[in-house]
Design a protein around this ligand. Structure first.
Ligand code: ADP
Ligand code: MG
Length: 289
Protein backbone atom coordinates (compact mmCIF):
# COMPACT_ATOMS: atom_id res chain seq x y z
CA UNK A 1 0.00 0.00 0.00
CA UNK A 2 3.05 2.27 0.30
CA UNK A 3 3.37 2.72 -3.43
CA UNK A 4 -0.22 3.97 -3.65
CA UNK A 5 -0.33 6.73 -6.22
CA UNK A 6 -3.30 8.88 -6.99
CA UNK A 7 -6.89 7.86 -7.35
CA UNK A 8 -10.11 9.80 -7.48
CA UNK A 9 -13.36 9.28 -5.64
CA UNK A 10 -16.58 11.27 -5.94
CA UNK A 11 -18.92 11.44 -2.95
CA UNK A 12 -22.56 12.16 -3.67
CA UNK A 13 -26.07 11.79 -2.22
CA UNK A 14 -28.96 13.85 -0.91
CA UNK A 15 -28.31 16.88 1.30
CA UNK A 16 -27.84 16.20 5.00
CA UNK A 17 -27.07 12.48 4.74
CA UNK A 18 -23.47 12.81 5.96
CA UNK A 19 -21.34 13.31 2.82
CA UNK A 20 -19.14 16.09 4.16
CA UNK A 21 -18.61 14.33 7.47
CA UNK A 22 -17.62 11.18 5.60
CA UNK A 23 -15.36 13.02 3.13
CA UNK A 24 -13.45 14.80 5.87
CA UNK A 25 -12.96 11.65 7.94
CA UNK A 26 -11.80 9.67 4.88
CA UNK A 27 -9.37 12.45 3.99
CA UNK A 28 -7.80 12.17 7.44
CA UNK A 29 -7.71 8.38 7.44
CA UNK A 30 -6.01 8.25 4.03
CA UNK A 31 -3.52 10.85 5.28
CA UNK A 32 -2.72 8.67 8.27
CA UNK A 33 -1.81 5.92 5.84
CA UNK A 34 0.73 8.17 4.18
CA UNK A 35 -1.43 9.03 1.18
CA UNK A 36 -1.52 12.64 0.02
CA UNK A 37 -5.06 13.88 -0.29
CA UNK A 38 -6.77 16.76 -2.04
CA UNK A 39 -10.30 17.29 -0.73
CA UNK A 40 -12.41 19.24 -3.22
CA UNK A 41 -15.61 20.91 -2.08
CA UNK A 42 -18.33 21.37 -4.65
CA UNK A 43 -21.20 21.44 -2.16
CA UNK A 44 -22.96 24.84 -2.14
CA UNK A 45 -23.00 24.78 1.66
CA UNK A 46 -19.19 24.81 1.66
CA UNK A 47 -18.80 23.18 5.04
CA UNK A 48 -15.90 20.93 4.18
CA UNK A 49 -13.34 23.53 5.41
CA UNK A 50 -15.04 23.55 8.82
CA UNK A 51 -15.37 19.78 8.90
CA UNK A 52 -11.64 19.46 8.24
CA UNK A 53 -10.99 21.57 11.30
CA UNK A 54 -9.88 24.78 9.62
CA UNK A 55 -10.24 27.68 12.11
CA UNK A 56 -13.56 29.46 11.45
CA UNK A 57 -12.02 32.80 10.50
CA UNK A 58 -9.87 31.03 7.89
CA UNK A 59 -12.74 28.86 6.65
CA UNK A 60 -15.09 31.81 6.28
CA UNK A 61 -12.50 33.79 4.32
CA UNK A 62 -12.31 31.21 1.52
CA UNK A 63 -13.83 32.38 -1.75
CA UNK A 64 -15.00 29.48 -3.90
CA UNK A 65 -13.66 29.39 -7.46
CA UNK A 66 -17.15 29.77 -8.85
CA UNK A 67 -17.34 33.19 -7.16
CA UNK A 68 -13.96 34.42 -8.23
CA UNK A 69 -14.77 36.60 -11.26
CA UNK A 70 -11.14 37.58 -11.83
CA UNK A 71 -9.93 34.00 -12.07
CA UNK A 72 -12.92 33.01 -14.19
CA UNK A 73 -12.31 35.91 -16.58
CA UNK A 74 -8.56 35.26 -16.68
CA UNK A 75 -9.12 31.65 -17.66
CA UNK A 76 -12.25 31.64 -19.78
CA UNK A 77 -11.99 35.14 -21.25
CA UNK A 78 -15.51 35.98 -20.03
CA UNK A 79 -16.74 37.63 -16.84
CA UNK A 80 -19.58 35.87 -15.00
CA UNK A 81 -22.90 37.51 -15.78
CA UNK A 82 -21.41 39.40 -18.71
CA UNK A 83 -20.81 36.39 -20.84
CA UNK A 84 -23.93 36.49 -22.97
CA UNK A 85 -22.80 36.18 -26.55
CA UNK A 86 -19.16 36.15 -25.48
CA UNK A 87 -16.66 33.71 -26.86
CA UNK A 88 -15.23 31.40 -24.20
CA UNK A 89 -12.00 29.59 -24.11
CA UNK A 90 -13.60 26.22 -23.51
CA UNK A 91 -10.55 24.32 -22.33
CA UNK A 92 -8.46 26.84 -20.46
CA UNK A 93 -5.28 25.65 -18.77
CA UNK A 94 -6.09 25.62 -15.06
CA UNK A 95 -3.05 23.69 -13.90
CA UNK A 96 -2.25 26.57 -11.52
CA UNK A 97 -5.50 26.15 -9.61
CA UNK A 98 -4.30 24.06 -6.68
CA UNK A 99 -1.14 26.14 -6.30
CA UNK A 100 -3.10 29.38 -6.25
CA UNK A 101 -6.25 28.42 -4.41
CA UNK A 102 -5.51 25.19 -2.59
CA UNK A 103 -5.55 25.54 1.19
CA UNK A 104 -2.97 23.45 3.03
CA UNK A 105 -4.52 21.75 6.03
CA UNK A 106 -1.48 19.70 7.01
CA UNK A 107 1.50 17.89 5.44
CA UNK A 108 -0.65 15.42 3.59
CA UNK A 109 -3.95 17.20 3.18
CA UNK A 110 -5.04 20.12 1.02
CA UNK A 111 -8.43 21.58 0.28
CA UNK A 112 -9.85 23.18 -2.84
CA UNK A 113 -13.18 24.97 -2.55
CA UNK A 114 -14.75 24.97 -5.98
CA UNK A 115 -18.22 26.24 -5.30
CA UNK A 116 -21.20 24.88 -7.07
CA UNK A 117 -22.39 24.68 -10.65
CA UNK A 118 -24.72 27.45 -11.68
CA UNK A 119 -28.20 26.25 -12.46
CA UNK A 120 -28.56 27.86 -15.85
CA UNK A 121 -31.30 27.75 -18.43
CA UNK A 122 -31.06 24.63 -20.58
CA UNK A 123 -28.24 24.88 -23.06
CA UNK A 124 -26.82 28.03 -21.46
CA UNK A 125 -23.11 28.10 -21.09
CA UNK A 126 -21.96 30.15 -18.12
CA UNK A 127 -18.32 31.06 -17.66
CA UNK A 128 -18.51 29.80 -14.04
CA UNK A 129 -19.50 26.36 -15.25
CA UNK A 130 -16.89 26.34 -17.99
CA UNK A 131 -14.28 27.05 -15.33
CA UNK A 132 -15.52 24.37 -12.91
CA UNK A 133 -15.65 21.87 -15.73
CA UNK A 134 -12.05 22.66 -16.67
CA UNK A 135 -10.94 22.36 -13.05
CA UNK A 136 -12.60 18.96 -12.77
CA UNK A 137 -11.01 17.84 -16.01
CA UNK A 138 -7.68 18.95 -14.66
CA UNK A 139 -8.22 17.16 -11.33
CA UNK A 140 -9.21 14.02 -13.22
CA UNK A 141 -5.70 13.93 -14.66
CA UNK A 142 -3.72 14.64 -11.47
CA UNK A 143 -2.01 11.50 -10.50
CA UNK A 144 0.09 12.12 -7.45
CA UNK A 145 -2.58 12.19 -4.76
CA UNK A 146 -5.97 10.87 -3.80
CA UNK A 147 -8.75 13.27 -4.69
CA UNK A 148 -12.02 13.23 -2.78
CA UNK A 149 -14.74 15.30 -4.42
CA UNK A 150 -17.61 16.22 -2.10
CA UNK A 151 -20.53 17.14 -4.31
CA UNK A 152 -24.18 17.80 -3.90
CA UNK A 153 -24.90 18.76 -7.48
CA UNK A 154 -25.03 15.12 -8.50
CA UNK A 155 -22.78 13.30 -10.89
CA UNK A 156 -24.71 14.21 -14.04
CA UNK A 157 -23.25 17.72 -14.14
CA UNK A 158 -19.74 16.43 -14.54
CA UNK A 159 -20.06 13.60 -17.03
CA UNK A 160 -16.89 13.94 -18.97
CA UNK A 161 -14.42 14.66 -16.19
CA UNK A 162 -15.83 12.02 -13.88
CA UNK A 163 -15.88 9.40 -16.59
CA UNK A 164 -12.27 10.15 -17.42
CA UNK A 165 -10.63 10.15 -14.07
CA UNK A 166 -12.88 9.12 -11.21
CA UNK A 167 -12.68 5.41 -10.58
CA UNK A 168 -15.02 5.13 -7.59
CA UNK A 169 -18.23 6.73 -6.41
CA UNK A 170 -19.45 6.75 -2.81
CA UNK A 171 -23.18 7.30 -2.71
CA UNK A 172 -24.21 8.25 0.80
CA UNK A 173 -27.75 7.74 2.07
CA UNK A 174 -29.65 7.36 5.29
CA UNK A 175 -32.62 5.03 5.46
CA UNK A 176 -35.21 7.60 4.43
CA UNK A 177 -37.17 6.96 1.28
CA UNK A 178 -36.10 10.21 -0.40
CA UNK A 179 -32.42 9.76 0.29
CA UNK A 180 -32.54 6.19 -1.01
CA UNK A 181 -34.32 7.36 -4.17
CA UNK A 182 -31.63 9.99 -4.79
CA UNK A 183 -28.97 7.34 -4.12
CA UNK A 184 -30.41 4.90 -6.65
CA UNK A 185 -30.60 7.61 -9.28
CA UNK A 186 -26.98 8.58 -8.59
CA UNK A 187 -25.91 4.95 -8.90
CA UNK A 188 -27.59 4.68 -12.29
CA UNK A 189 -25.83 7.78 -13.58
CA UNK A 190 -22.47 6.74 -12.16
CA UNK A 191 -22.86 3.38 -13.87
CA UNK A 192 -23.65 5.07 -17.18
CA UNK A 193 -20.48 7.14 -16.83
CA UNK A 194 -18.51 3.94 -16.46
CA UNK A 195 -17.29 4.56 -12.91
CA UNK A 196 -15.67 1.30 -11.87
CA UNK A 197 -16.91 0.78 -8.33
CA UNK A 198 -20.10 2.23 -6.93
CA UNK A 199 -20.52 2.03 -3.17
CA UNK A 200 -23.65 2.62 -1.17
CA UNK A 201 -22.78 4.00 2.25
CA UNK A 202 -25.79 3.68 4.52
CA UNK A 203 -25.18 6.28 7.19
CA UNK A 204 -27.04 6.30 10.52
CA UNK A 205 -27.59 2.61 10.00
CA UNK A 206 -30.07 1.00 12.38
CA UNK A 207 -31.23 -2.48 13.23
CA UNK A 208 -34.40 -2.07 11.16
CA UNK A 209 -32.42 -1.26 8.00
CA UNK A 210 -33.32 -4.56 6.34
CA UNK A 211 -37.06 -3.84 6.67
CA UNK A 212 -36.64 -0.31 5.40
CA UNK A 213 -34.65 -1.39 2.37
CA UNK A 214 -37.17 -4.09 1.58
CA UNK A 215 -40.06 -1.65 1.78
CA UNK A 216 -38.17 0.72 -0.48
CA UNK A 217 -37.57 -2.10 -2.96
CA UNK A 218 -41.24 -3.08 -2.95
CA UNK A 219 -42.42 0.49 -3.43
CA UNK A 220 -39.99 1.47 -6.18
CA UNK A 221 -38.73 -1.71 -7.78
CA UNK A 222 -35.20 -0.39 -7.12
CA UNK A 223 -32.91 -3.02 -5.69
CA UNK A 224 -29.94 -1.58 -3.81
CA UNK A 225 -28.23 -5.00 -3.86
CA UNK A 226 -28.24 -4.94 -7.63
CA UNK A 227 -27.53 -1.24 -8.20
CA UNK A 228 -24.44 -1.07 -6.00
CA UNK A 229 -21.22 -3.06 -6.11
CA UNK A 230 -20.92 -3.00 -2.33
CA UNK A 231 -22.96 -1.75 0.61
CA UNK A 232 -21.27 -0.33 3.71
CA UNK A 233 -22.96 0.72 6.89
CA UNK A 234 -22.04 3.44 9.37
CA UNK A 235 -24.00 3.71 12.60
CA UNK A 236 -25.46 6.86 14.10
CA UNK A 237 -22.85 8.59 16.24
CA UNK A 238 -24.18 10.85 18.99
CA UNK A 239 -20.76 12.42 19.61
CA UNK A 240 -20.89 14.38 16.34
CA UNK A 241 -23.17 16.91 17.97
CA UNK A 242 -20.49 17.83 20.50
CA UNK A 243 -17.63 17.76 18.00
CA UNK A 244 -19.16 19.89 15.27
CA UNK A 245 -17.92 21.51 13.16
CA UNK A 246 -14.52 19.81 13.57
CA UNK A 247 -15.98 16.32 13.13
CA UNK A 248 -12.77 14.48 12.28
CA UNK A 249 -11.98 14.44 16.00
CA UNK A 250 -14.32 11.45 15.98
CA UNK A 251 -11.25 9.53 14.76
CA UNK A 252 -9.37 10.05 18.03
CA UNK A 253 -11.37 7.35 19.72
CA UNK A 254 -12.42 3.85 18.69
CA UNK A 255 -16.07 3.44 17.83
CA UNK A 256 -18.34 1.49 15.53
CA UNK A 257 -18.43 4.50 13.18
CA UNK A 258 -14.62 4.58 12.99
CA UNK A 259 -14.41 0.80 12.41
CA UNK A 260 -16.92 1.19 9.59
CA UNK A 261 -14.82 3.97 8.07
CA UNK A 262 -11.70 1.85 8.24
CA UNK A 263 -13.45 -0.99 6.43
CA UNK A 264 -14.52 1.48 3.77
CA UNK A 265 -10.94 2.73 3.37
CA UNK A 266 -9.71 -0.88 3.00
CA UNK A 267 -12.28 -1.49 0.32
CA UNK A 268 -11.38 1.70 -1.60
CA UNK A 269 -7.68 0.88 -1.52
CA UNK A 270 -8.17 -2.79 -2.39
CA UNK A 271 -10.13 -1.81 -5.49
CA UNK A 272 -7.41 0.65 -6.51
CA UNK A 273 -4.82 -2.09 -6.03
CA UNK A 274 -6.75 -4.43 -8.32
CA UNK A 275 -7.31 -1.68 -10.85
CA UNK A 276 -3.60 -0.97 -10.96
CA UNK A 277 -2.76 -4.63 -11.41
CA UNK A 278 -5.24 -4.90 -14.25
CA UNK A 279 -3.84 -1.89 -16.07
CA UNK A 280 -0.26 -3.11 -15.56
CA UNK A 281 -1.25 -6.48 -17.00
CA UNK A 282 -2.98 -4.79 -19.94
CA UNK A 283 0.14 -2.73 -20.64
CA UNK A 284 2.28 -5.86 -20.57
CA UNK A 285 -0.09 -7.57 -23.01
CA UNK A 286 0.19 -4.60 -25.32
CA UNK A 287 3.98 -4.79 -25.11
CA UNK A 288 3.95 -8.41 -26.24
CA UNK A 289 1.98 -7.70 -29.37
N1 ADP B 1 -23.36 8.81 11.45
C1 ADP B 1 -23.85 9.95 11.93
N2 ADP B 1 -24.50 10.00 13.12
C2 ADP B 1 -25.01 11.14 13.61
N3 ADP B 1 -24.91 12.33 13.01
C3 ADP B 1 -24.28 12.36 11.79
C4 ADP B 1 -23.72 11.18 11.20
N4 ADP B 1 -23.15 11.54 10.01
C5 ADP B 1 -23.35 12.87 9.89
N5 ADP B 1 -24.02 13.37 10.95
C6 ADP B 1 -24.46 14.75 11.16
O1 ADP B 1 -25.47 15.04 10.18
C7 ADP B 1 -25.40 16.40 9.77
C8 ADP B 1 -25.24 16.46 8.25
O2 ADP B 1 -24.01 15.90 7.87
P1 ADP B 1 -23.18 16.42 6.63
O3 ADP B 1 -21.95 15.57 6.56
O4 ADP B 1 -22.99 17.88 6.69
O5 ADP B 1 -24.18 16.05 5.44
P2 ADP B 1 -24.12 16.44 3.89
O6 ADP B 1 -22.71 16.85 3.58
O7 ADP B 1 -24.51 15.19 3.19
O8 ADP B 1 -25.11 17.53 3.68
C9 ADP B 1 -24.23 17.00 10.50
O9 ADP B 1 -24.74 17.68 11.60
C10 ADP B 1 -23.39 15.80 10.93
O10 ADP B 1 -22.67 16.05 12.11
MG1 MG C 1 -22.07 18.64 2.73
Amino acid sequence: MHEMKGFRVVITGKGGVGKTTLTSCLARLLGRRGIRVLAADEDPQMNLPHALGLPPEQALAIVPLSRNPDYIAEKTGARPGKSFGALFRLNPDVSDVVGRFGVRIDDRLSLLVMGTVVQAAAGCLCSENVLLDSVLNYLALRDEEAILLDTQAGVEHFGRALAKGFSQCLVVSDLSFNALAVACHAADLARQLGIGRIHLVVNRYREDAGDKLQRFREATGQDTQRLFDVIHTLPGEARFEDLEPDVTRILDQESAYVSGLNRLVEDLLAFEGRRRERSAAALEEEGKE
